[in-house]
Design a protein around this ligand. Sequence first.
Ligand SMILES: N[C@@H](CCC(=O)N[C@@H](CS)C(=O)NCC(=O)O)C(=O)O
Length: 218
Amino acid sequence: MATPVKVYGPPISTAVSRVLACILEKDVQFQLIPVNMSKGEHKKPDFLKIQPFGQVPAFQDDNISLFESRAICRYICEKYADKGNKGLYGTNPLARASIDQWLEAEGQSFNPPSSALVFQLAFAPRMKLKQDQVVIKQNEEKLRKVLDIYEKRLGDSQFLAGDEFSLADLSHLPNSHYLMSAADTRDLFTSRKNVERWWDEISSRDSWKKVVELHKSP
Ligand SMILES: N[C@@H](CCC(=O)N[C@@H](CS)C(=O)NCC(=O)O)C(=O)O
């Protein structure tokens, strides 16, 4: 039996969730290793050896360590090409380029405002930090513009990179999950009919439902 890959970090972290969703889509055996962030374990020397920026997730497969959730997902898709969802990262150069394009759009355009909002709306209250209304307003405005582009794209194709669910859609799940749970930002999705249809479809995948279950573990 293959040795399970190791994922370090709490599943409620958006970047950890991204990797878990990919692993579950690919049906790869994994071991989840808790990192107690409130005790600063992610800044300790042993952890910095595998994640030099002191962030989660860190990932290990055989004798290699990786960090950066999107790079880890690409690696999992390449290494385990024959397992689980075989089309997740495309099966030809053009399909893969389209997936990479929308993965970049997620990382460069969607993630900056959405992760700022996730921090303010979901994590600041848990950490007993005061929410910054100016940051919330500014990032809602930025995200609105990004979602207008998504609305148009998702009117032309079922998913971002084409008519199949891909790593590009999957990468949006973690931040969107928290934004859909907050009244203010939920409306940004539900007021756009194609974005809402897309969210309903991608969030009902078994892989994502399992990640949401894992949010209950440390
Ligand atoms: N670009 C990185 C982001 C990782 C990241 O920001 N992780 C957060 C949790 S979602 C973290 O570790 N925050 C604690 C810190 O930065 O000290 C990735 O995608 O892996």
